[in-house]
Design a protein around this ligand. Structure first.
Ligand code: ATP
Ligand code: MG
Ligand code: MG
Ligand code: MG
Length: 436
């Protein structure tokens, strides 16, 4: 993309309503604009990030056998009356009536709808297990929308739903999902630690919130620092083996990690003092086993091996895709702007031409730009170097390629790493080889 031909939505002034860094930086760098309280338009740069996050989430769901579906945002109230949640959900649910006075709602989550779909398409135990997911907008009429996209009213969520024949099978699915989440967040370039969460009336140990550490987070967190050191992409777990899954899950969950809601001072005291970490964090994902809650209340059963019908065991698994955009920035920025992890950056590199009137610089930029194409945003504006540098730091591209008249005659450029500020002079050949 050539910057001279794109909309430039960066702001010079920091909007007064933005209380935390990620919100300020998303507005200043032109990622989003608020249209009404807690509701945002995604501008080109922000949308690219949102899509990259969604794609990584999708790949990891597919990897464990998730089947992608797309359910509507508007749901009939009838399904929610069956499960009993229509009244229980409260004022966070946006209720709507159509012209025939039928009750609809903008979905805050989709357990009812997927259970209903499952009941229509799956009839026998032989068809279990099933795992569905979607990446779809949700609406929750939050009493206090704040922190930009982190607590919006309309927000993008990946929500997955599993159906299993027994508790043992549901537990395996939960463990697989745990691994998929750990891999997902690591690929996104952030550390999200799974912490024991409330299971409500269902009980048991099968609910975890995934928390990114950030001082502005809404949850207090306590965890064992060993959890920071794991490399989940290198951890071999055979997800077809119950034994392997159990081993992985036990190894993970025996390290202490809990939010303030579930903090257990007795267990905490057993963690060696030098490994105790206390702080604040942002909930970016939540996985939950809830058994037959919906299959039973909605009367959705399948035929068992003995011919008798039974209610499948379910779990649901959310990731806040739009919240992650803010949470990643909260965990990765400095006083000059955003520092995108490579995997989710709107563009991996920005090409800064400091020789707007210099033939050699212009020619070199065209050559580099032609090679890097969609990886690269080309700042070809007729602006001062200082403006280009400041915008590049603000928007936070992981790499900056600086082209100027002095280097252009020697066929060299300066390459700067945004995260460390480290600069090197490099030949164009080496540059192109590095990014190909
Ligand atoms: P919170 O505790 O922050 O209100 P939640 O526990 O109500 O979140 P879940 O029902 O667990 O949320 O939904 C799954 C995920 O959706 C959350 O982990 C979070 O990442 C995301 N999410 C929930 N509410 C919002 C919101 N208002 N804006 C953006 N993302 C949200
Ligand atoms: Mg909530
Ligand atoms: Mg929560
Ligand atoms: Mg939650």
């Amino acid at each position: 993309m050539r910057l001279s031909q794109s909309v430039i939505a960066t702001l010079k002034e920091t909007p007064a309503e933005a209380q935390i860094a990620s919100h300020r930086l998303m507005l200043r760098s032109g990622m989003v604009r608020q249209t009404s309280s807690g509701i945002y338009t995604w501008l080109p740069l922000g949308l690219k990030v949102l899509r990259k996050i969604a794609q990584i989430v999708r790949e990891e769901q597919d990897r464990i056998g998730g089947q992608e579906v797309l359910m509507p945002t508007l749901q009939s109230a009838d399904l929610w009356k069956q499960s009993g949640r229509y009244d229980a959900y409260g004022p966070e649910m946006l209720r709507i009536q159509d012209r025939h006075k039928r009750d609809l709602l903008y979905g805050p989550t989709n357990e009812e709808m997927i259970t209903d779909l499952f009941g229509q398409v799956v009839k026998s135990y032989k068809e279990l297990p099933q795992l569905f997911y979607q990446i779809q907008w949700k609406f929750r009429d939050e009493i206090r929308p704040r922190f930009g996209v982190m607590r919006g009213r309309e927000f993008l969520m990946k929500d997955a739903y599993s159906f299993d024949a027994s508790y043992g099978e549901a537990r395996k699915t939960y463990q697989k999902m745990m691994l998929a989440y750990l891999r997902t967040f690591q690929r996104l370039g952030v550390r999200a630690i799974p912490m024991v969460a409330d299971t409500g009336p269902i009980g048991g140990d099968l609910s975890h919130e995934f928390i990114i550490l950030a001082p502005t987070g809404e949850s207090g967190v306590f965890y064992d620092s060993l959890l920071e050191e794991k490399d989940w992409l290198q951890t071999a777990v055979d997800t077809t083996s119950s034994q392997d899954l159990h081993r992985f899950f036990d190894e993970l969950t025996h390290h202490y990690a809990a939010t303030d809601e579930k903090h257990d001072t007795q267990a905490w005291s057993l963690v060696p003092a030098e490994r105790q970490r206390e702080g604040r964090g942002i909930e970016v994902g939540h996985i939950f086993y809830f058994g037959q809650k919906y299959t039973q209340s909605m009367g959705v059963s399948v035929n068992g091996a003995d011919g008798a019908p039974f209610f499948p065991e379910m779990g649901s698994y959310g990731i806040g895709i739009s919240r992650l955009v803010g949470a990643i920035i909260e965990a990765s920025h400095d006083e000059n702007g955003i520092i995108w992890p490579d995997e989710v950056a709107p563009y991996k590199v920005v090409l800064l031409n400091l020789g707007n009137k210099d033939e050699a610089s212009l020619a070199l930029c065209e050559k580099i730009y032609a090679h890097l194409s969609e990886l690269c945003l080309y700042d070809d504006r007729n602006e001062r170097a200082g403006v280009k540098f400041a915008d590049a730091d603000l928007i936070g591209y992981p790499w900056q390629i600086v082209v100027g008249p002095k280097g252009a005659v020697k066929n060299t450029v300066e390459l700067k790493r945004r995260s460390t500020g480290q600069k090197e002079e490099i030949s164009v050949e080496n540059l192109l080889a590095r990014f190909s």
